[in-house]
Design a protein around this ligand. Sequence first.
Ligand code: BGC
Length: 993
Amino acid sequence: MKMKYLNYVLCAAVCTVTTMSCGDSIPTYLDEEAPIEERVEDALSRMTLDEKIDMIHAQSKFSSKGVPRLGIPENWLSDGPFGVREENLWSKWGKAGWTNDACTALPTLTALAATWNPDLSLLYGTVLGEEARYRNKNVILGPGVNIFRTPLNGRNFEYMGEDPYLASIMVVPYIKGVQKSKVAACVKHFALNNQEANRSKINVVVNDRALHEIYLPAFKTAVKEGGVWSVMGAYNRYRGQFCCHNEYLLNDILKGEWEFDGVVISDWGGTEETMQAVTNGLDLEFGTGTDGMTVDSGDPYDSYFLADPYKKLIQDGVVGMEELDDKVRRVLRLVFRTTMAKDRPYGSFVSEEHFRACRDIAQEGVVLLKNEDSLLPVAKGDHKRILVVGDNAARTLSNAGGSSMLKPKYESLTLDAIKEYVDGASEVTYLRGYQAYMPGYEPDDTERLRQEAVEAAKKADLVIYVGGMNRWAYQDCEGRDRQNYELPFQQDALIDELLDANPQTILVLHGGTAFSMPWREKAKAIIYAMYGGSENGHVLSDVIFGEVNPSGKLPFTIAESLTDYPPHALGTYDPTNKGDVNYDEGIFVGYRWFDEKGIDVPYPFGYGLSYTDFEVGKAKLSSKRIRPGRSLKIRVPVTNSGNRRGAEVVQLYVKDVQSSLPRPEKELKAFQKVWLEPGETKYVEMLLTKEAFMFYDPEKQDWVAEKGEFELMIGTSSRDICETIRLDLISRGEKRPSCIKVMSYNIRYDNPNDGENCWENRKEATLKMIDELRPDVFGVQEALAHQVRYIEENSPEYASVGVGRDDGKEAGEFMSIFYDRSKIRLDDWGTIWLSQTPEKPSMGWDAWCPRTATWAEMEIIETGQKFFYVNTHLDHGGRNSRRNALDLIIATIKEKNQEGCPTILTGDFNVSPDNDFTLESLRTFMYNAAETASHADTVATSNAFGKREGKHIDYIWWKGFRTCKEYRVVRKEYSGIKYVSDHWPITAEFIVP
Ligand code: BGC
């Protein structure tokens, strides 16, 4: 039935436009299997000028036209960014009054950023995408990633904080989550929209470094890594041009440098003139208020800048079709990516899973600022009388804030959630304490409400204060900035008196920005609650009563006073200014500024407590030197030393010690959140790529990494640094050829009778040695399965391939090749079997252990260099088997060496009375193997070769690598490891051609 209808529609659409008969195959643009670009070109070629013009501007407040004649649907957009907004009237701001559009309200984006958990960002985007799809929207107007520059910005709560790296990491999964549902995310507001005061008038003056290092990175990652399908321009001007049609931002950077192929959508009413809108990168115009809007006859949207005025320019020959076709192509691409995409899912709305996701996200976004005397968490029933005070305890918060306001299906209130949790175990009373009001409309009962609350607090056993900001105008709300840094509604006086009246007062403060906390020294417990969306109340009660251990970290700095923040310290913020706004602080925004000026702050960026304690151990680096183009791995052990499950966020900041331009004291370049059970230790791993060391050079108009010294700071906030490590960046000129470090290692002992050599005694030392030598690849001989497993589990960056007897109690059963997963890729591996040989010796080594070697075909990920690795063990055993073993290894090298792969051979030999090896025969074997390999330049062995007759000889042999950079025999450096040979383990570095 459905199919029939579809066929009918397609056929009807096509037959009306083309000369094609209904029996013909479907046109390319309708063919879901055809590549998008072909569909775009085909559709474009069928469109008239009017249809093209119609497609690039709004037809209502939130929709734009498709091409009905061709069966191309309309675009339906919606705010964004925390949920799918309720339906708006067609042409006016106002609620449409639908009864089926109440959504899941997700936490605000500062709350999401405070989780420091990219997985939750993916979950967030997934929920949002599913809800948007269900509501038939194909563009969701979010996420917002403008940087927190002043705490007064009314829209900080819609963004992801003050740090470009944090915002960059968190924005990508959000986009991917949304777009999975074939709904476009729309990253906004591009760019430099950092205040609401006179947002449609001001012209931002910022230097190139700050533009590229602070204000653009999150947009760039949204495009380059998130693959976002649409971008919204900002209201403000930059370089004198409005950002919705700004040549430098849109044409040069976004579409030029970043190769963005999606749609640039104007902010609502952000288009200001036709010619620039035509030429400077705008694709889709929305929200323009024109005279035409009040005219009843005709289509008022025809008077949009990109409607009739544009058409006239084309008809008059002032501009050609090139720009128009580019815009239409982009809008068509959007359509084929969303509404006309193959396998477009159906989405889902206000499902249980969505509310669960909302709760999970909000829980990790709560930041515990202070907790003295372990006032938190509160044990159920421990307090007879609980007094809840504060307007926010009994107010929904998601249904305000400007364009991000939502109509949630429900929003749990904190007061209700507390009562629900306590369930009669304490007596819970509530007093408002203050009343929210708009500036200038102070209610006359402020004093009375305060007195009432303070008196009641004296009699309570515990006071839970739920206040802070709300989402009304002049608070966390679009369109206007805050008027001061203090909490609104005279809360400071109330909080101060409450704390005097009852020190057992927990402060729960909502907000999406920083505010002053003059009473903070007096307070024992402060929770920064952000805005939790639909599950706000439940989440706060979960945190208060310890059902959830807070793990959020501030995505912005809370400074003592407003004048601590750069625009206010420098006097460049003036809400009445309609002209140039000078970002004189340059790159010193947020913690970069506070560090630079040495300003103490109460709650730094990255800060947040837990109900448990953590110990961050010593970090291990994959190298102390790094050259441009290489990456660096950092492993840090974290232990939960308290008695509750909890999460810590390990943060890695980089400082450029020697630089030709001023650089910040520290910049966040990696982080990792880790959940730990009490007593548990886990290693977090962070990767630094070359970007982490770079700055934007305004002279070169490019990113550069200068050689010299850097510092890596590992901490739990931007001001709690546990360890600082120095590092050298080697310049391109001094570029080292890529190196591969090989180790040969024999584990052997597993018997308690082996005394100090037994595995129990050696295993920690083994790990330590591996950590210090950090080989890229290493062969292990004579290991037992559990020993190999132990290394793998405790050095998770290494993977192994290996062979062994399954039953094995005997040493020698495992020969393993370990490799660093981030550096080496395994293509194939296998085993060389002795017992598959035609001769079947009755005794000896091959009967005891029929595998003689493990081989692996590997690749160095960064360079793509392939190599072949053999790890062998040739020990006691019968004469025949021994000769066989050598022959087999050579045969395998021969076979695998067809493509001229460099070969590495590691292992251990024993020249002993019970085999027929002599040093001479082994030497012959080595040279034979060398002849076999097709790259005949270097052969080398351990310097033990020839000297240790009658003992084990560990060796590394290589073939085809240009030269051995460094050859090291590691002796007795690792306490707890002794071995019969003092040439063990051996490591060597090879230069890869
Ligand atoms: C806001 C945008 C929003 C749009 C549509 C504008 O005022 O700046 O963020 O998406 O309205 O509501």
